[in-house]
Design a protein around this ligand. Structure first.
Ligand code: C5P
Length: 299
C-alpha cells in the first residue's frame, strides 16, 4: 500500500449545552447543540512499519503523541475491527486550540478514522464509523458529521439540524487548557444537593438556527458548564466582558472551556471584537471562524 490520505476536520462551538445530573456511569445526560466552525485540523495517514503520531502547529508541544491520542485510538479500533495492524504514521497539522473546549482532540479522532478507512479501503459503513466515534468520546461523532446537530445521551446520539444561514464567531484562545472531567466535576460540586432537571434543547434556539437569525441565536445561546469553567478559571470573565464591550452580540464559554466564543453580526464586527480582545490582553490569541461547515472530509 502506498500514498497517503489527508482529512480535514472542523472545530465546534456549543450554541446550547444543557447538562443534567451525573449518571451512574459518571457521564451527564446532555442536550448539546453543536455547530461546526471553520477552524481545522488536518490529519494525514501514511503507511509505516508501526503506529506513530507526529504533530505540527503552534500548540503542537501540548499534544500527546502516545496511545492516549484519540487519533491513535481511532486507528487501533478500526484496525482491530478489520483484523489488520494499525501500521500508519498519523500526522496532525493542528490549528484547533488544544484542550480548549472546541473538540480538537475529537476532531483528530474522527479525522484519523476517516483517513485510515480510506487508506486501508476497509469500506466501513457510516453507521460503523459513527459507532467507533462514540466509543472514542462523546464529541467525536459530531466531528465526523459536522454542520449542526443536537447531541443527546452523553452527546453522542446525533440529530442533524437545519441551519438557514451563516454565523460569524470570534474565539478567544486562553493560555493553557481546562480538563473536561475537572469542569464536569466542578459542575457537580456547584450543583450538589440540587435536583437537576432533564436537559432539553431550546425550541427558540433551534428556530433561530433554522432561520439563520443571528440576533435571535445571540439571545438564546447558553452553556450550563459556564459557571463551572468560570469557577475554575475566574479570569475568563474579563474576556467575556471585553468581547461584549467590543460589540459581540453574545459571549459564552465554548463547551468546557477555556476558549470563549463571541457571536458577531458579520466579519467587520468580528474584526472589531478581535481588536478589543487583543488590545485588552485578555487572551493568548483571537481567531475568527464562520459556521456551519462540513464535518471530516478527505482533501
Ligand atoms: O466522552 P469524553 O471522553 O470526551 O468525556 C470526557 C469526560 O468528560 C468524561 O470522562 C466525563 O468526566 C465528562 N463528560 C461527562 N458527561 C458527558 C460528556 C463528558 O461527564 N456527557
Amino acid at each position: 500500500m502506498t500514498g497517503s490520505v489527508t482529512v480535514r476536520v472542523p472545530a465546534k462551538v456549543n450554541v446550547q449545552l444543557a447538562v443534567g445530573g451525573a449518571r451512574a456511569d459518571g457521564f451527564h445526560d446532555l442536550a448539546n447543540v453543536f455547530l461546526a466552525v471553520g477552524l481545522y485540523d488536518e490529519v494525514t495517514v501514511t503507511p509505516a512499519d508501526a503506529l506513530r503520531i507526529t504533530c505540527e502547529g503552534p500548540d503542537a508541544s501540548q499534544v500527546p503523541l502516545d496511545r492516549t491520542n484519540l487519533a491513535a485510538r481511532a486507528a487501533e479500533k478500526l484496525a482491530a475491527r478489520y483484523g489488520r495492524r494499525a501500521d500508519v504514521n498519523i500526522h496532525i497539522a493542528k490549528d484547533i486550540p488544544v484542550a480548549g473546549g472546541m473538540a480538537g482532540g475529537s476532531a483528530d479522532g474522527a479525522g484519523a478514522l476517516v483517513a485510515c478507512d480510506a487508506l486501508w479501503g476497509t469500506g466501513a459503513s457510516r453507521d460503523e464509523l459513527l459507532e467507533i466515534c462514540a466509543e472514542l468520546g462523546s464529541d467525536v461523532p459530531f466531528s465526523l458529521v459536522g454542520g449542526a446537530a443536537l447531541g443527546t445521551g452523553r452527546g453522542e446520539k446525533l440529530r442533524v439540524l437545519p441551519v438557514g444561514g451563516s454565523f460569524h464567531w470570534v474565539f478567544a484562545v486562553a493560555d493553557g487548557g481546562l480538563s473536561t472531567p475537572a469542569v464536569y466535576g466542578e459542575f457537580d460540586r456547584l450543583n450538589e444537593g440540587l435536583v437537576m432537571p432533564e436537559p432539553v434543547a431550546s425550541g427558540v434556539l433551534l428556530e433561530a438556527l433554522a432561520s439563520g437569525d443571528v440576533p435571535a441565536l445571540a439571545a438564546a445561546v447558553s452553556n450550563d458548564l459556564q459557571s463551572a469553567a468560570l469557577s475554575l478559571r475566574p479570569s475568563l470573565a474579563s474576556a467575556l466582558a471585553v468581547g461584549v464591550e467590543g460589540g459581540a452580540l453574545a459571549a459564552i464559554v465554548s463547551g468546557s472551556g477555556p476558549t470563549t466564543a463571541f457571536l458577531v453580526a458579520d466579519a467587520e464586527a468580528g474584526a472589531k471584537v478581535v481588536d478589543a480582545l487583543v488590545a485588552a490582553g485578555v487572551c493568548r490569541a483571537a481567531r475568527v471562524a464562520v459556521g456551519p461547515v462540513s464535518g471530516a472530509v478527505p482533501v
